[in-house]
Ligand binder design. Structure first.
Ligand code: C5P
Length: 399
């Protein structure tokens, strides 16, 4: 519940602005007060009257409104809130924020506020992927702006890809996390999860049995402690949780790129079962049986995402956690892995078929750190996740 929380909601000018009407309702259902601000462009998509009716509040629209300035003033307006939310955050608004512009009410409020800011980006996929937007996003993350989404999917412009504004329940969850008093509030944690698929040809691929259950449970546990979670997942059986920023990828190389795009972070947890190798001579067309005999697959090594991040010379997350799924000598192999990869902790588990752990509901892990080895009892993956999330909070000094 968000009872008594005051949210300054800046609605940007994009087609996703229609979702902001629902967002106002859901936030009020949870007991929050929503003070709406419309940009000029937003007024092309939603009317001040409907926003005002749903918020049961005056809508703020103009920087130079003398009545508002006499009543409250834009400085006060920006500070009386517990949280500032920008939804939809258009490419233009993000650029203004990153550049420190203050030439209308929305951008001035964003410059004047002393409160945490959460943005829900929404734009065409090309705009989202444009180097300028990537740069602006990195600047905003560096300025401690929280980000929810965007999602991947069909867009109003007819294209497909990342850029759709997060669904309202996800934005509400991110608002809850940002306002929550959880120990990881204001911290950014990256979690990788699921298997990767490495194509052999357009219809076949190499994969593994990871369900993504442990990674998803971890993302939930970190989110519930108030962290802002970037969840980078391969094609997993388990759906990504609500209230986290999801990047869905297929191959190890895509996962590597998505992790790097999500940096900087306070901690990174690598729960994905990444394929060690990809097929270097993957075919562009479906391979056929024929007189040529058996196809010969040539392999190339995939980037080791965990080792790459753990060994970054600049901007390394304060805590880097790897997983080690082994079928024999679990602890010895995991200790060697900790040293080889340069990470801080390894969560090691025995995934021999007899254990039922891979794809199952439970996990039995050892936590390996520089200080030694802890053996945790067998428990539900959610319980392992909650315990690990609490340890992460402690290690970040956020406990
Ligand atoms: O070397 P191995 O695959 O056993 O290491 C497992 C750990 O390394 C896991 O945390 C996994 O997510 C991570 N990893 C990775 N990129 C790879 C291979 C493994 O991030 N290419």
């Amino acid at each position: 519940m968000l009872t008594g929380k005051r949210i300054l909601l800046i609605i940007g000018g994009g087609i996703a602005a229609y979702k902001s009407l629902d967002l106002i309702r859901r936030l009020r259902d949870q007991g929050a007060d929503v003070v709406p601000v419309l940009t000029k462009a937003a007024e092309q998509f939603v009317t001040p009257l409907s926003v005002s009716a749903l918020a049961a509040q005056k809508v703020y629209r103009d920087l130079f409104d003398l009545t508002d300035e006499a009543e409250m003033g834009h400085i006060e307006l920006s500070r009386a809130a517990d949280l500032v939310v920008v939804a939809p955050a258009t490419a233009d608004l993000m650029a203004k924020m990153a550049g420190g512009h203050a030439n209308d009410l929305a951008s001035t409020l964003l410059m004047a506020t002393d409160k945490c800011v959460l943005i829900a980006p929404a734009m065409n996929v090309r705009m989202w992927e444009h180097p300028a937007t990537r740069r602006n996003l990195a600047v905003l993350r560096g300025d401690d702006v929280l980000v929810v989404g965007p999602d991947e999917g069909h867009m109003a412009c007819g294209e497909f890809g990342p850029g759709r504004m997060s669904e309202v329940p996800d934005i509400v969850a991110a608002i809850g996390a940002a306002l929550g008093e959880g120990p990881l509030k204001g911290r950014h944690v990256i979690v990788t999860s699921g298997p990767t698929h490495e194509p052999i040809d357009p219809v076949r691929y190499i994969a593994n049995r990871s369900s993504g259950a442990q990674g998803a449970a971890l993302a939930v546990a970190l989110r519930d402690l108030g962290a802002q979670v970037s969840f980078v997942t391969g094609p997993a059986a388990v759906a990504p949780p609500d209230g986290v920023a999801v990047a869905q990828v297929e191959t190890a190389r895509e996962m590597d790129q998505a992790v790097r795009a999500a940096l900087p972070a306070d901690a990174a947890v690598f729960a994905a079962a990444v394929a060690d190798w990809r097929v270097e001579n993957a075919a562009d067309q479906k391979m056929k049986k024929g007189a040529g005999g058996m196809p010969v697959l040539e392999f190339a090594e995939n980037p080791d995402i965990l080792a790459g991040v753990a060994q970054m010379s600049k901007g390394r997350p304060a805590l880097v956690v790897g997983f080690a799924a082994e079928t024999e000598d679990v602890v010895a192999f995991a200790q060697a892995k900790l040293a080889r990869k340069g990470c801080d902790w390894i969560v090691a588990n025995d995934v021999s078929p007899g254990t039922g752990i891979m794809g199952g509901a439970e996990n039995a892990v050892h936590l390996i750190t520089a200080d030694g080895v802890e053996e945790w009892p067998r428990m539900a993956k959610g319980a392992v996740a909650a315990r690990l999330a609490a340890r992460i909070a402690e290690a970040l000094g956020a406990g």
